[in-house]
Design a protein around this ligand. Structure first.
Ligand SMILES: [Zn+2]
Length: 261
């Protein structure tokens, strides 16, 4: 264990003042929203919230160096004024998804079209507006895509075993993460915050279209170049000893949290 690779945090040095907030937004206020806060790359808060007011209060938006990442669609497909099925702005086919979703599908990362998760998308749009009004430009993220692009386990979030496996895989990447009892929404919030932190470090990129909406995902090439890969590789090796985990055999119902919450 003395020969452990240099941890992710060392490449490049993390700004100690930086705050990265992850929000795994639930469709409805009475369902659990996970919230994680990283300060200087270190997890300092992992909790759950319900109302929009509660979420905004926990999101540290008053801090000057905060980046907030939300797991929910924050924009609507180009040309649409809303996501209502009976509005004239709907012209099927072609107005259900955004370029974000089409790009992820081309990368073989399953995701539902925005119009298929309209309740979550409406709440996401409203939260994004509230964050912008507070002077904070939110990032749209998708924990399933982040985990998958980093080569970390994605399956079994609904079971104790699955959650602990993801928790353990995240630990080398998220100092301060020692929450084996974390809920699936809290784990997703950690992944959202990690994605925001990668973005701050120049280790993330976007998919989508500027005039429609962008999603932040890990930049695997930049991560490899920054030599953070040894740490990611260590996480992978713990969980995929053969290195041959098939991502294509995953059942559709296990495709992230945008379906459940
Ligand atoms: Zn409309």
């Amino acid at each position: 264990m003395l020969d452990r690779p240099v941890p992710l945090r060392s490449y490049p040095p993390t700004n100690e003042d930086s705050v990265a907030v992850g929000i795994d937004l639930a469709r409805l206020e009475h369902r659990e929203t996970g919230i994680a806060v990283l300060r200087g790359g270190r997890l300092t808060l992992l909790t759950s919230a319900h109302s929009d007011a509660e979420i905004l209060a926990l999101a540290a938006i008053e801090e000057p160096n905060v980046t907030v990442a939300v797991n929910a669609p924050l924009t609507v497909p180009r040309g649409r004024c809303c996501l209502d099925d009976d509005c004239p702005c709907r012209h099927d086919p072609g107005t259900r998804s955004r370029e974000i979703e089409r790009a992820l599908l081309r990368m073989r990362v399953p995701i539902l079209a925005t119009a298929l998760i309209k309740v979550l998308a409406r709440r996401g749009g409203a939260l994004a507006l509230a964050l912008r009004r507070a002077g904070c430009k939110p990032l749209e993220v998708y924990p399933y895509a982040t985990l998958r692009l980093l080569g970390l386990p994605t399956q079994g979030k609904r079971t104790d075993f699955g959650r602990r496996r993801i928790h353990q895989a995240l630990q080398p990447l998220v100092p301060g993460l020692d929450h084996p009892e974390a809920t699936e929404h809290q784990l997703d919030a950690v992944v959202c915050a990690l994605t925001a932190d990668l973005w701050r470090q120049g280790l993330a990129t976007t998919v989508g279209a500027e005039d429609e909406g962008l999603m932040v995902i890990p930049d695997t090439a930049a991560i490899a170049k920054a030599r953070v890969l040894p740490m990611v590789a260590e996480s992978r090796a713990l969980y995929h000893p053969s290195g041959t985990e098939s991502h294509t055999s995953e059942p559709p119902q296990d495709q992230g949290t945008r379906v459940g919450g």
